[in-house]
Design a protein around this ligand. Structure first.
Ligand code: UT7
Length: 330
């Protein structure tokens, strides 16, 4: 059975205006610009305004993606938001996005694969369109991580930022679009990277708030060890399925967590570091938004052109990982 070619018809991204530099953190916690830059590569990140929630970031990115695809909300058959920082625990952020975009009766749901969220979302959309369920799907990766980081915990708070990336996914010219997808997860119930309280396992109470368990906690070195294998392995698996080699790639868009993780992945798959697009210096780790934000900025700079072979690759809490190989569509 021949499947249609599915790809991104329009991509848009949005970051809030407020810039939070490493020097701003020096005033709040015991850290330094030098430590953050040399250990992570991050120089600044964006924080949402007090009246902005994840759905608001989504809407800004979505409008740009729809414009680029020459479509309106009426053309959409599904809205899918990948996020681990939804507006509310109950009521999908995707539903709020539908309303704010002026859509009616469009199915909507959220997906939580943490930093692999954009890649998971695109994979779901690809399958649904190839399977004939829907024609045009809006996939958004968006986070307001500034609301779940502990500003007293220097191990985590310096890493994360807010932002959104949106892609209109649909049928594209034959031979273009998504050539392969690869997803995985290691779901052990450990505390490597999670928000301990506020879910059904441990609802928030005075004690969890006092212990600051309502904020994200991370064992940085454990995530680091996982990432340096997960990132290259996921990319290799997707390359194999697409039957292309790493040398054929014009550019790789990795999850923007840490420049040292990306450098290690580059060595493991024998691709020059210059081919790994990075904007973590400016935006930090924006989790579900990160890979889309990187691709969006590269497109804006004219660094990706129609026909280029690119890889999206990520890892995150769960622990999840995934990669997509695509031939760029516009
Ligand atoms: O989307 C997935 C999310 N997470 C990640 O990708 C994170 C992966 N992990 C990492 O990126 C790194 O592990 C970190 C950047 C989080 C930490 O770097 P590291 O080289 O693993 O440092 P470390 O945790 O081993 O800490 C080294 C030292 C410690 O001090 P002592 O015990 O040696 O005295 C920390 O207390 O650095 C200290 N430290 C800091 N110092 C200044 C930790 N955070 C800071 C800080 N500023 N912000």
């Amino acid at each position: 059975m021949e499947f249609k070619s599915v790809g991104i018809k329009g991509l848009g991204y949005y970051v809030p205006e407020k810039v939070m530099t490493n020097f701003d953190f020096e005033k709040i916690i015991d850290t330094s610009d030098e430590w953050i830059r040399t250990r992570t590569g991050i120089e600044e990140r964006r924080f949402a305004a007090v009246d902005q929630a994840t759905s608001d970031l989504c809407v800004e990115a979505a409008k740009k993606a729809l414009d680029r695809a020459n479509m309106t909300v009426e053309d959409l058959d599904l809205i899918l938001v990948a996020t681990c920082t939804p507006d509310y625990l109950v009521q999908a952020t995707a539903c709020l996005v539908q309303h704010k975009l002026g859509g009616k009766n469009i199915p909507c749901f959220d997906l939580n694969a943490a930093c692999s969220g954009f890649i998971y979302g695109l994979t779901v959309a690809n399958g649904m369109i190839k399977g004939g369920v829907y024609k045009n799907i809006l996939v958004i990766g968006a986070e307001t991580l500034s609301r779940i980081i502990d500003m007293q915990d220097r191990n985590t708070c310096i890493l994360f930022g807010d932002g959104a990336a949106a892609a209109v996914v649909g049928e594209v010219e034959e031979g273009y679009g998504i050539l392969s997808t690869y997803l995985g997860a290691e779901g052990e119930d450990d505390d490597i990277l999670r928000t301990p309280a506020g879910g059904t396992k441990k609802p928030n109470d005075a004690q969890t708030i006092e212990n600051r368990e309502n904020f994200v906690k991370m064992k940085g070195q454990d995530v680091f060890k996982f990432a340096v294998h997960a990132l290259p392995n996921a990319t290799k698996n997707a390359l194999n399925t697409a039957d292309v080699s790493a040398n054929d790639l014009t550019m790789i868009f990795p999850h923007q967590a840490n420049v040292r993780i990306i450098e290690s992945a580059a060595k493991r798959i024998h691709v020059p570091i210059e081919k790994f697009y990075m904007n973590l210096q400016k935006f930090g780790n924006t989790s579900s938004a990160s890979v889309g934000l990187a691709l969006g900025e590269a497109l804006e700079k004219g660094l990706v052109k129609k026909g280029d072979l690119i890889a999206l690759t990520g890892f995150g809490a769960g622990l999840t990982y995934g990669s997509i190989i695509m031939r760029w569509t516009y």
